[in-house]
Design a protein around this ligand. Sequence first.
Ligand code: AMP
Length: 404
Amino acid sequence: MDKLTIDDVTLQEKRVLTRVDFNVPLENGVVTDDTRIRAALPTMQKILKDNGKLILMSHFGRPKGKPEAKYSLAPVAKRLSELIGRPVKMAPDCLGGEIEALVNAMAPGEIVLLENVRFHPEEEKNDAEFSKKLAALGEVYVNDAFGAAHRAHASTHGVAKVLKDVAAAGYLMKAELSALGKLISEAPRPYVVILGGAKVSDKIDVIHNLITKISHLLIGGGMAYTFLKAQGHEVGNSLVEIEKLDIALNVMKVAEFSNPRKPVKLELPADHVIASSVEGTDAMPHKQVAIPAGKLAGDIGPKTIEHFRNLILQAKTILWNGPMGIFEKEAFATGTMKIAEAVAEATSKGAFSVVGGGDSVAALGRSGLTAKISHVSTGGGASLEFLGGKDLPGVEALTKAAKK
Ligand code: AMP
């Protein structure tokens, strides 16, 4: 990576303004999944170990530019304190005179969590004055919020531009860029990409950016039916993006012709689990490709699972993003769970695997396989943009590292 990292900056006794992604799920004021908080622990612990003053900032939900109690980060402060084993002082705002006094009174090793940066409309506008005021709270800037790095907001971009000589990547940011970076370079083959989920449109840039580098593209989930329809198959009431049929046809052509010596094998479901509705109450296996009228496909079928599994087990590099079916419903969950198992098994045999996207990550968690994957990405949108070939503003704004 050509950016400064947390290991390159002096943290001792400094006010270290650290952007984290604490946008975690809450229920009745309690954090129900602390994965994102845990993911930032190595960076936070490094700052504390080096005797820095840890000032944390994050967005939380979509409060539309004004304070709203339900979007307060206070429940996160409580959970963080339990995880890190130290008091975490919750600031009433993210900037202003009172907050300046609060951070100026900090001793090394203390932690302050600033209130939700999105309580101010200037955050999402990347306002220059607002960025300056935020930046004044810190002497060093560390960005560990990979999940927000695709946004050019004040806390992810503007502040880094102000603290331009001391803007460094945290460990999570570094790990994400390193793992995802391997996927966009010449990764060991067979290189298998498994895409699923609802929409072709979300993943089309990823397909285009990776297609010349990979050996197999396995498509399942709702997006597979736009491809099958484009090939002329009957898809019944399955999810189809009619306006994306041309794009699907184009992808199939590119897969075949982008590299004449090594055409990419594009694999679509050959059988399915079908039902009358997304509820799946009358779900049944269906052995043909064509879906009967009045039915929809909610999952890939056993033959497809077996075929995908065999290809995954031969892979040396694997990227998986998006469920193979409507996995929230038990009747349609098998395909996704079996693919999770296959990716974990291939990893245990030496493949390098990356899983991204909220739903695939949740499916992994549900099957207890998270630890068996080489890298589980914490940033859905950010990872898709990075793999799609875009520069991430939150990364671009960090200080360039001196050549070693
Ligand atoms: P995405 O956010 O694009 O990864 O899409 C995830 C969503 O796709 C999940 O909520 C799934 O229920 C949905 N999904 C997956 N397969 C299908 C399918 N065959 N038909 C309809 N929705 C699907």
